[in-house]
Design a protein around this ligand. Sequence first.
Ligand code: AMP
Length: 220
Amino acid sequence: MKMIFLGAPGAGKGTQAENVSAAYGIPAISTGAIIRESVKNGTPAGMEAKSYMDSGSLVPDKVVIDIIKERLAQDDCEKGFILDGFPRTIIQAEELEKMGVDIDFAVTIEVPDENIVRRMSGRRVCPDCGASYHTEYKPSKDGESCDKCGAKLTTRHDDLPEVVLSRLKVYHEQTEPVKEFYNSRGKLLTVIGQEKVEDTTALTMKAVETGRMLATGRVE
Ligand code: AMP
């Protein structure tokens, strides 16, 4: 199964992509996480991406498309994958089609803007292994350090309130049209984000199962 997760920054698509990845045994590929790793390692792509990311803008299409091409060529993508945070522009969506990647369906998680800023102020990330947490919705065991590797959790620069506002603007202008791209192909499933993560998870699982049945034509 090949699926895409869409949604505003902070809508919970990363968390849901991880849940679906665990349930279906296919990798969740986050372009944001790959870019953050490249920035940390000081690779040429990382150096180019950093200033865009820090200001809340999108990294140029070419950089992200090269990243995704390389990632999708890896063996673990053979049985399918979840794209979390890609495509974020119509150009990226078109490029994916040109690459011959036949997406089964796209899931969009809808959360009103006013809830996003509040949610994002609580996000925490592990600077070492990239695991993500939330002070309110998904706290680490001791609230301060990573459950997986023990590093002290930090706030991403692009989760600061002023950056979040510009990321939301970018989302509405450049990424929302991607919903219509998949809707016009009969491939869009909409999940209304809920206050409690587990409620959104239940709806997301339903959407993915519906998408799977539509794509395979089988009810199992
Ligand atoms: P995320 O972790 O998905 O919220 O991504 C963090 C940042 O990485 C975004 O604000 C962008 O600057 C950059 N980024 C991630 N994915 C893409 C993409 N598909 N196209 C352009 N920029 C991206």
